[in-house]
Write a protein that binds this ligand. Sequence first.
Ligand SMILES: [Zn+2]
Length: 110
Amino acid sequence: MTAKACPQCGQTNTYPDGDLFICADCGFEWPANAQESPEDRRVVRDANGTVLTDGDTVTLIKDLKVKGSSITLKVGSKIKGIRIVDGDHELDCKTDAGSMMLKACFVKKA
Ligand SMILES: [Zn+2]
């Protein structure tokens, strides 16, 4: 079994003890079957239900008008290096028109 990083201090000097993992460095204990840390980013899915992660490249599945401008991002536009963020618009990304937030339901993973 590979050592898990401690959710509290980030060290990998940890060991399993029954149903718990224990960090030898800071003494933190957590359930061995936990899915990473609770603050882990939520799962964001694209229009096809594919899970998106930081750094993914996506393409738009519809024209999107950029708020406060006359720019429209065209369907099929490729957007590289998305970042998953909290909130109503889950994707933080850089496009030809600048940085903006997009909804995951309007893109698909490239
Ligand atoms: Zn620790």
